[in-house]
Design a protein around this ligand. Structure first.
Ligand code: SAH
Length: 577
């Protein structure tokens, strides 16, 4: 995290905590508390973190206090690292946000005392962030916020396409010149005093020849946006014909500029009337104008820039109505207990307004959700879960769709992406990886997956059993460890018997096996066994199996798959004790 500033400590214990924090705040310097150093670092773009009693801090900083706009952010932590108090600069210097990040990092509590909601005006910086608007001239923000603070109102101009409610205290004006805050997707000269907020609501429609290059596309877009005086930062996404959507230059452009990419079939595009039909395009792809038709379809709005023709490339831009912007997070929550969430997953679950998930996983994390809108579903309702999460995000909410383990491993990510593709929807989406059962289970038993290994699920709900059996036979013959997910369900146990039979015929009967049930949960259970001795009744729907290869063995109660170090380094292995 990029934070510039200083951590002050008083005791050795405080110093240790400061050093610990350095892993999170890489840029900060650490000093023993000294008034001279406070004075030297008393700058508005810095953060001063004190690890000592708050009384000491208040007395020490008192001589330097100026005002809300010029003072640095000040935070206090107690020496045991249980509490983080943002003392100054809660909003402007982002001390509140930082306190929460530190608290998440240390599993501490952030003691935030600014009650934004009870203030008579809205903290403008938070409103901007929440609504997904982009600051064109952030250097003006503190001044505009001070003005707002003073007057209690701000004059705001916004484009007609912006369909979000304005903040409390905003007075809407009809002319750009009269405004103190401008919400737009256009280039507005170089105003010295007006805060410009860019609305990302433009869709770029493109049609192109195979030889398109990224730099050429980038140049063309820049030129067109300049000519039509539109902000490039207002671009939300790029859209084209399905069969063009895999073009390397287009993919690079979208990934590098972090733009959505939405494509349509010829049949879908045909239904839209182009403004500037072209016979040449019609001959080539049977459409009037791919760029205009795609831009209109993606935006469901109006064309701002009609088709612009470059050599081998056409560009059109359309504007969509800017609605309240939601965000969907697909959060991998690991094997169960809160301790095995990533820091990012914890942050997102704290921030989310809506939580959607499978009841068993939600139960494990219940204490985190006490003040949220929670939608809990039973096991087989994955599609309903995904649809609910997408619908809530489209309403403008921050939604966390919880997926146990890692969401990309027999989890929810694929389903969500497929539903979005099927419905031709673009949504602000972030996938947060989690510790999968294979990571959790292998760590519990030792080092069974040290070399190549394979993963297979025995669930035949979506994959036919014949196919699973074929895959299992092939994998069993490769001499690599196998991780088996979904060995059984409440109604499905025959498949597991069959799988075991296959393994027993292909691999040696004394092959080592670990059965891990409910890893990192209260009722965790582990069996170390062999293919010969494994009892089917040990295994249930919360179990994962790790079947070793010819290099796997038990050392005491550790499961090791040798990677071959001992052959290479046998002498170096020797410890002189
Ligand atoms: N996305 C999940 C897997 C979901 S499929 C992940 O990445 O872990 C469900 C299967 O995962 C279960 O049948 C079981 O085989 C395995 N599994 C999930 N959590 C587990 C846990 N805590 N302990 C053991 N196995 C687990």
């Amino acid at each position: 995290m990029e934070v510039r500033g200083v951590i002050f400590y008083l005791s050795e214990r405080g110093k240790k905590l400061a050093e610990n924090l350095k892993a999170l705040l890489k840029e900060v310097q650490i000093f023993r508390l000294e008034s001279g150093l406070i004075s030297k670092n008393w700058q508005k773009d810095k953060i001063l973190i004190f690890i000592c009693a708050s009384g000491i801090v208040v007395r020490k900083i008192a001589p330097f206090l100026k005002n809300k706009l010029e003072d640095p952010g000040v935070l206090v932590l107690n020496e045991t690292g249980e509490y983080v108090i943002p003392l100054l600069g809660g909003h402007r210097a982002k001390a509140n946000e930082l306190a929460q990040k530190i608290a998440d990092f240390l599993s501490a509590k952030a003691v935030v005392t600014t009650a934004s909601d009870s203030l008579s005006f809205t903290p403008l910086d938070l409103w901007i962030k929440e609504k997904g608007l982009i600051l064109k001239n952030p250097e003006l923000l503190p001044g505009i916020m001070a003005l707002f603070n003073q007057k209690g109102t701000l004059r705001v101009y916004r484009e007609k396409s912006v369909k979000i409610p304005l903040f409390k205290g905003a007075l809407e004006v009809g002319k750009v010149e009269e405004a103190e805050v401008i919400i737009t997707n256009r280039i507005i000269g170089k105003p010295k005093k007006q805060l410009i907020l860019i609305v990302p609501n433009l869709w770029l429609g493109v049609g192109f020849h195979e030889n398109l290059e990224e730099a050429y596309l980038e140049e063309a877009v820049k030129k067109v946006f300049e000519e039509y005086q539109l902000e490039e930062k207002a671009l939300k996404g790029v859209t084209t014909l399905d069969k063009k959507a895999k073009h390397q230059a287009l993919l690079n452009f979208c990934v590098h500029k972090k733009l959505s990419l939405l494509s349509f079939s010829k049949e879908e595009l045909e239904k839209v009337k182009a403004l500037t039909p072209s016979e040449k395009v019609y001959e080539a792809v049977g459409l009037e104008s791919v760029s205009e038709q795609a831009a209109l379809l993606a935006s469901k709005g109006a064309l701002l820039i009609p088709k612009q023709v470059f050599s081998g490339l056409t560009i059109a831009v359309a504007e969509e109505d800017y609605q309240l912007r939601g965000k969907l997070y697909i959060v991998g929550t690991g094997p169960g207990a809160v301790d095995f969430l990533t820091l990012r997953a914890l942050q997102v679950l704290r921030e989310a307004e809506v939580i959607v998930g499978y009841q068993t996983y939600l139960k494990l994390l219940e204490p985190l959700f006490y003040n949220k809108e929670v939608y809990s579903f039973s096991m087989t309702e994955e599609t309903e879960r995904a649809k609910k999460a997408i619908e809530e995000a489209l309403k403008g909410k921050k939604v966390a769709l919880v997926s146990g383990g890692d969401p990309g491993i027999y989890g929810m990510s694929g389903l969500v992406l497929e539903i979005l593709t099927f419905n031709r929807l673009s949504l602000d989406l972030e996938i947060i990886p989690g510790i999968s059962a294979l990571n959790a289970c292998s760590a519990l038993v030792g080092a069974p997956l040290m070399n190549d290994f394979a993963v297979i699920s025995l669930s035949d709900r979506l994959t036919p059993w014949e196919e699973i059996e074929k895959r299992l036979r092939s994998l069993a013959q490769l001499d690599i460890p196998l991780v088996i997910y979904n060995p059984k369900s409440r109604r499905r146990s025959k498949q597991f018997s069959k799988a075991l039979e296959i393994l027993k015929t292909v691999r040696a009967l004394d092959t080592v096996v670990a059965v891990v049930i409910s890893a990192m949960r209260e009722n965790q259970k582990i069996y170390l066994t062999t293919l010969r001795d494994l009892k089917e009744e040990w295994v249930d729907m919360h179990s994962t199996l790790i079947v070793g290869n010819s290099q796997s063995f038990f050392s005491g109660n550790w499961f090791i798959t040798s990677r071959g170090y001992e052959k290479k380094y046998s002498e170096e292995y020797f410890l002189k004790l």
